[in-house]
Design a protein around this ligand. Structure first.
Ligand SMILES: *Cc1c(COP(=O)(O)O)cnc(C)c1O
Length: 420
């Protein structure tokens, strides 16, 4: 192994949008120096909250106090920056804390334009928290078309995109939005949680900041709550880095270590999840029990052209949703009938999950508003894990059969009962 002991060519900024090493090599090696003293290949978890100084104001190394910086957080941030082709990355205690810090960096009186179907927690932050601090957000269902009109000269500071959106998986052309925004000196943020850096790198398409709920694909094992933002701008690094420390919404050393371990297999997991989601989406699309399938990897997706332009190898990712025949009760019966898919919120883990957004993750949104965005009571959202595709397909098909046809008395299985 000839990779250097500490900071090697893989970790050292500045990085470019066409990195020397492939994604898998960067995932495994970026931010993963061998321990210079012991040679340990995996960094120890550095739990110390404070670091010794040799004289007043002269720390031994680069660290002083844990909130300002910790070796595990640094390593993780380097890895995320490398995977998003960014010069910098900052880690936060959650995806929501990442959003909060970015919104906090705007002066009171600032205006933001956002796509309508953003993540529920982001919508809540925009309307209930940012507004109280004098930051006003306008939502639009068709940002590529409306943006120029919605910009308030001098006031609009940020555009917020989530592509694919949740839970209808509609796509936004990042380049089209960034071109308009940059004409007015406005920065573009892309929440890339649903695809992960393996499938989409928003900075390559003109975005200024890419954010992640690390809780989902980057950690990938459903056991860490964390967030991250990556970008190239030096001024942003100063501003957001200052707020990271001043607000203190930082992740623990242990969580950084775990999330970094998860990140090393992101490319394998994201590929497998895409393979599985493609098989499941095609099976659903062919079923008479299904009204509509939303999956960016299908040629039938209304914005499949954007998939081909923006996603690695036109991959669709691991997330999809579909409308089941039979309304709300069929959607609920379906979720109760799957045996491999667990009925639960969240996504991006190795295990497959299923949920009904209208009754779970998106319950807080008024029905009319929800349905205008395509979130009907019969919409089921699926997060494909990395189990075997054929097992997932068979599980979906048997659950569809039970949910739509109704309980089969002959085999004694009464589905949907006992699940309030
Ligand atoms: C989960 C999620 C968030 C929020 O992240 P947390 O880590 O739960 O705070 C933001 N955006 C998207 C798209 C998400 O799925």
């Amino acid at each position: 192994m000839t990779l250097p002991i500490s900071e090697g060519p893989i970790d050292t900024p500045p990085r470019s949008s066409s990195p020397v090493h492939g994604f898998g090599t960067r995932a495994v090696h970026a931010g993963s120096p061998h321990d210079p003293v012991t040679g340990a290949v995996i960094a120890p978890i550095s739990l110390s909250t404070t670091f010794a100084q040799t004289a007043v104001g002269q720390p031994l190394g680069q660290y002083e106090y844990v909130r300002a910086g910790n070796p595990n957080r640094d390593n993780f941030e380097k890895a995320v920056a490398a995977l998003e082709n960014a010069k910098y990355a900052l880690a936060f205690s959650s995806g929501s804390a990442t959003t909060a810090v970015i919104l906090q960096s705007l002066a009171s009186g600032s205006h933001v334009v956002s796509i309508s179907d953003v993540y529920g927690g982001t919508h809540r932050y925009f309307t209930k928290v940012a507004l109280a601090h004098g930051v006003h957000v306008t939502f639009t269902p068709s940002i590529e078309v409306d943006l120029a009109e919605l910009i308030k000269p001098g006031e609009t500071k940020l555009i917020w995109i989530e592509t694919p959106s949740n839970p209808t998986l509609s796509l936004t052309d990042i380049r089209a939005v960034a071109t308009i925004a940059h004409r007015h000196g406005i920065k573009v943020v892309v929440d890339n949680t649903f695809l992960s850096p393996y499938i989409q790198n928003p900075l390559n398409h003109g975005a200024d900041i890419v954010v992640h709920s690390v809780t989902k694909y980057i950690n990938g094992h459903s056991d860490v709550l964390m967030g991250a933002a990556a970008f190239n701008d030096d001024t942003l690094f100063e501003k957001l880095g200052f707020l990271q420390n001043a607000i203190g919404a930082v992740p623990s050393a242990f969580d950084c270590w775990l999330a970094h371990r998860g990140l090393k297999t992101l490319h394998l997991r994201a590929r497998e999840a895409t393979t599985n989601a493609t098989v499941v989406a095609k099976a659903l699309e062919a079923s008479p029990n299904v009204i509509k399938v939303n999956y960016p990897g299908l040629a039938s997706h209304a914005q499949h052209k954007i998939t081909l332009k923006q996603h690695r190898n036109g991959m669709g990712g691991g997330m999809l949703s579909f409308r089941i025949q039979g309304g709300k009760s069929a959607a609920e019966a379906f979720c109760a009938a799957t045996k491999i898919f667990t009925l639960a919120e969240s996504l991006g883990g190795v295990e497959s999950l299923v949920e009904v957004p209208a009754s779970m993750t998106h319950m807080g949104i008024p029905k009319e508003q929800r349905e205008a965005a395509g979130v009907f009571d019969d919409l089921v959202r699926i997060s494909c894990g990395i189990e075997d595709a054929e097992d997932l397909r068979a599980d979906i098909m048997q659950a569809l059969e039970k949910a739509v046809v109704g309980p089969k008395i002959s085999n004694g299985v009464a589905n949907g009962n006992g699940h309030p």
